[in-house]
Design a protein around this ligand. Structure first.
Ligand SMILES: [Zn+2]
Ligand SMILES: [Zn+2]
Length: 118
């Protein structure tokens, strides 16, 4: 019983005897096109080295070493400023402008409903 071995491409699972194909070490067949495609894919998959651009190494070290995960220490009084916060609630230092606000920090008071006197 001689069994005809169809040259089935291991990649696209199609008979590739009629087209350019290659036989690998395991005796499996694959279309040339499929091999090339796979190689291209593998090359594209390899991630580029995350080296250039982005965070400063110094900054990264600071972030790594800091206990508080997201909060930034106030440059003036070094009390933690919560993520998203710009103004230090302790001393009123504005990290965005770099200036200390002497006036009271305006905290969530969008509208004060004042009853009309009368
Ligand atoms: Zn194929
Ligand atoms: Zn502060």
């Amino acid at each position: 019983m001689a069994e005809a071995q169809p040259k089935v491409c291991v990649i696209c699972k199609q008979d590739c005897s009629a087209r350019p194909h290659v036989k690998d070490k395991q005796g499996r067949y694959a279309c040339r096109a499929c091999i090339e495609k796979q190689q291209a894919k593998a090359a594209a998959k390899a991630p580029p080295q995350p080296q250039s651009g982005g965070a400063d190494p110094v900054m990264a070290k600071l972030v790594e070493g800091s206990v508080a995960v997201q909060s930034t220490p106030c440059p003036q009084c070094s009390s933690p400023i919560p993520p998203g916060g710009v103004v230090c609630v302790q001393c009123g230092f504005n990290t965005e402008t770099g200036k200390s606000m002497r006036t009271r920090v305006t905290v969530e008071e969008p509208e004060k409903k004042k009853g009309k006197k009368g």
